[in-house]
Design a binder for this molecule. Structure first.
Ligand code: SF4
Length: 52
């Protein structure tokens, strides 16, 4: 269970006010690399585009 996850991606359907994530769990994967050495090389795969 994801607890106290803060996220600024406010276009995600799991995003709530004050940068809170309401997903039960999240999966963070590598971004284009096989071994991440910087935060920029990671991504949240639980992202789902918010529908208006
Ligand atoms: S699922 Fe990922 S992208 Fe969406 S609010 Fe949670 S942490 Fe952010």
């Amino acid at each position: 269970m994801a607890k106290d996850v803060l996220c600024e991606v406010n276009t995600c359907s799991h995003w709530e006010n004050e940068n809170k994530c309401n997903a039960d769990s999240i999966f963070v994967a590598f971004n284009k690399v096989k071994e991440a050495t910087r935060a920029e090389e990671t991504d949240c795969q639980t992202f789902e585009k918010k529908t208006e």
